[in-house]
Design a binder for this molecule. Structure first.
Ligand code: HEC
Length: 155
């Protein structure tokens, strides 16, 4: 098998195992993704609020981690049947999210797109090393988290 064919075969194999993901694993995986983003947001927040602790490399790394999760296609973890607790794993996703997904994902796509855009921008701004500019962009990114939570996440 040539290299390209092998890569295609691998991609197909991983897509197949992915499709078989258990619903409770899908819920835990998306929650882990959000938690990991929140951990990195916390690191950036602490540093922009105390600029004397600002460490450009750490902030760039944290922003890249968030941007990586943002572009990972988390929407695929909202499998049918994961709109409620599955096998003891609860979810805080609102029914409105699943309704939006089944009617074209208009709002989800907008929120997810904003997350991708503002996190990518945060990486760029962080690379510039200006703590005040990072603080402003951090605020914008945080706003994208909050907008989606207001509509789609239970308190
Ligand atoms: C596209 C919508 C959307 C965006 C954007 C979004 N979230 Fe969420 N978030 C959710 C939903 C829905 C849940 C509930 C998931 C569940 O319980 O199944 C959630 C859950 C969480 C949780 C709780 C995870 C847990 O342990 O149960 C945290 C923390 C969180 N989000 C942080 C963030 C942060 C930080 C950002 C921005 C960097 C963000 N979210 C962006 C929709 C979003």
């Amino acid at each position: 098998m040539n290299k390209t064919l092998f890569a295609v075969a691998l991609a197909v194999a991983s897509t197949a195992s992915y499709a078989q993901m258990k619903p409770e694993d899908a819920i835990q995986t998306r929650q882990a993704g959000y938690k990991f983003m929140a951990w990195n947001m916390g690191k950036i927040k602490a540093q922009v609020e105390a600029p004397e602790t600002f460490n450009k490399d750490q902030v760039v790394a944290a922003a890249k981690a968030i941007a990586g999760i943002a572009t990972s296609g988390m929407g695929a973890l909202y499998l049918p049947g994961t709109d409620k607790e599955v096998n003891g794993v609860p979810t805080k996703a609102k029914p409105e999210l699943f309704a939006d997904l089944s009617s074209g994902a208009v709002k989800v796509k907008k929120f997810a797109g904003d997350l991708v855009k503002e996190s990518a921008e945060l990486v760029k701004v962080a690379e510039g090393g200006d703590a005040a500019a990072v603080k402003a962009q951090f605020g914008k990114l945080n706003g994208t988290c909050k907008s989606c939570h207001d509509d789609f996440k239970m308190k």
